[in-house]
Ligand binder design. Structure first.
Ligand SMILES: [Fe+2]
Length: 255
């Protein structure tokens, strides 16, 4: 019997990243679903679907799954099998809603029918299926892996938009951007004077004017005294979203 706990154990024993990605996708789907005013039952089913969405990868060869960098065409074909395995696993799973199964089985489909495993097209992919495609790519882009830097949310949004309308639903990508925010709380930004800081709060203000906790100066290439900059009260503005690895700084102590 497939339970949430043994799914987590199976994912974790296969690959720590697989578990982390699955939890992130579940969290993002619930956040996105809440934003679109889904009811509680649907949100629960979205979470289950998110946790399970890559369950087929437990049968993918570790050499391919853990390969740092780009896969060869043959390796990619093997990786795509995770959705064939997922079909079999979903068929045997008891008590899963259709929505949860769809999240698992549709996150690699594309609106133009060139996705996999079934090559579904347009309206054949329901709203929750389209959401899963967006969230899956967003989390993969913004994750840190041993072989690549994490992308800032702003840079990831740009890539999501470049995948519309043939792959992703454009209106839905814009909804997702509004839901997460261009500069989400916790992300790193560079201000117009070269200060680097963490977006600290954006409550009760528009997306472009958060409070930023600054701790580093790009101009002087050193850590600075920690200051809170309220962009509603300042002439400064956010120049860009940045990823910590691209600057070779460690923001961890400042959270
Ligand atoms: Fe996948």
């Amino acid at each position: 019997m497939l339970t949430r706990l043994n799914v987590c154990q199976r994912c974790a024993s296969k690959d720590a990243y697989l578990l982390e990605h699955s939890v992130n996708v579940a969290f993002l789907l619930v956040t996105f679903g809440k934003y679109l005013q889904f009811d509680r039952d649907k949100l629960r089913e979205m979470a289950v679907g998110g946790i399970l969405h890559d369950i087929g990868k437990i049968k993918v060869d570790n050499k391919v799954l853990h390969k740092p960098g780009k896969l060869t065409p043959e390796e990619f074909e093997h990786m795509k099998l995770h959705q064939v395995y997922a079909l079999a696993i979903m068929n045997e799973a008891k008590g899963l809603s259709q929505l949860s199964k769809d999240i698992c089985l549709m996150h690699h489909e594309k609106l133009d029918g060139r996705g996999y495993p079934r090559g579904l097209k347009g309206d054949e992919i329901p709203l929750h299926g389209r959401m899963s495609c967006i969230v899956d790519i967003f989390d993969a882009l913004t994750a840190t892996r041993c072989y690549k830097e994490a992308m800032s949310p702003a840079a990831a949004f740009k890539i999501l938009l470049s995948l519309t309308p043939f792959h992703l639903d454009q209106e839905l990508v814009y909804d997702f951007i509004r839901c997460i925010g261009i500069y989400p709380v916790g992300s790193l930004v560079e201000l117009s004077d070269g200060q680097i800081g963490i977006v600290w709060t954006s409550k009760d203000r528009d997306a472009l004017h958060p409070v930023v906790k600054c701790f580093y100066s790009i101009k002087f290439k050193r850590y600075t005294e920690v200051t809170m900059v309220d962009l509603l009260q300042s002439e400064l503005y956010v120049e860009r979203g940045v990823s910590p690895s691209s600057l070779d700084i460690d923001p961890t102590p400042f959270y």
